[in-house]
Ligand binder design. Structure first.
Ligand SMILES: [Zn+2]
Length: 74
């Protein structure tokens, strides 16, 4: 069984669009079997969206941070 900590870095790369398509395929294959990495990916992706909106000084949709919090609790 693969060690999930090895995928953490890969998740960041994929979210930042800095991974190769081969790496992305590798990660996606793993996420189909691993709920832990899948939720990590979705939380990080959502957080990045929030940061992006903040950087662009757009209004962050109300309740979004709560959504993330709920996911973390689950
Ligand atoms: Zn995993």
């Amino acid at each position: 069984m693969a060690d999930c900590s090895a995928y953490k870095e890969l998740i960041q790369l994929v979210i930042d669009n800095e991974s190769s398509s081969k790496e992305e395929t590798y990660l996606r294959k793993h996420m189909k079997m691993c709920l832990k990495c899948l939720s990590q990916y979705e939380i990080d992706k959502e957080l990045k969206e929030v940061l992006k909106l903040k950087l662009e000084k757009k209004q962050v949709p109300a309740g979004l941070s709560e959504t993330i919090r709920n996911k973390l609790i689950k």
